[in-house]
Design a protein around this ligand. Sequence first.
Ligand code: TRP
Length: 343
Amino acid sequence: MTKSVILTGLRANNDLTLGNYFGGMLPMIDMAKTRSEEFQINMFIPDLHSFTTPIDHSQLFEQVLQNAKLFVAAGLPINNDDINLYRQSFIPAHSELTWILDNFTGFGQMERMTQFKDKSAGASEVSVGLFNYPVLMAADILLYGAKYVPVGDDQTQHLEFTRDIAERVNTRFGALFVIPEPVKKQHEFFGKDQGLRIMDLVDPTKKMSKSDEFGKGVIFLNDEPDVAAKKIMSATTDDKANVTFDRVNQPGISNLLEIASLIRGKSIDETAKQFEGESRYGEFKKIVAEEVRVFLSEFQMRLASVDESEVLNKLESSEVRMNEQANATLLNVQQAVGLRKKA
Ligand code: TRP
């Protein structure tokens, strides 16, 4: 029996935030570690998808490699053969299957994709690539017969689309694809609400996001540790003079408690307890700022010591295996649609 597949795409990005780290990377890595006995884990960097937002092409290749290193620095094991780490464009079947699926996909359905509508609204030029993005994502998933795909809210429609196209093709040509589980089942499987939300330091009512205009409310993984500590010191708080976890009435203080808890790997309750009765926000911030400073300098040191050739070896060996699996699926499809002789 072959194992069911859990698959996730990790967008190449050279300015990941503390929010991305604790909200995206770490849960993914934990999932990979804990589920790899039972499942085949596919973690890949969708480098072809990178084209759909403005990027510096001269940096892309290195950036993808840097992202793979970030995952290793964050604890992704590379000596585990059940965890595959690969680059999308190194498996040409992704592009080929996309083209085939394109021809069984309705223009109308694609036009209704919320993310496409949002990203194209008001843009002076909209590429066919942006339009076609969900079909490539469907190919990413279907080539490996992935059953479980953890997706954020912005990607659930694309997952539904993947199920849809897979069912349509299966109905017409026979059981070519494994249908991924519906979104509700995905949430049950992965545990949807981990309550993990790092907020902006300047405006703690919105999520910490790299698109923040000035970067003052955002801690980047590559921030100078001292600069990051200063951002914590100037984080927005309130006038209640009481360090308590209360997202509604004290969002700024709660956010700092959250950050400290995540760095410590402790529960919020435990962290909050330490500061019970503390009325001097300056003192509280100093402690959190120092923990952030130490966390970042240690992370950056780990990143600098990641062995690039080991990461490349991991990518390359995964890519060999992934090409085999993807090509097998592609061949079935090619035979079904008449491009190859039936076996
Ligand atoms: N679209 C995803 C994102 O923006 C990245 C992605 C590409 C992906 N292909 C995928 C995620 C396949 C899961 C499965 O985050």
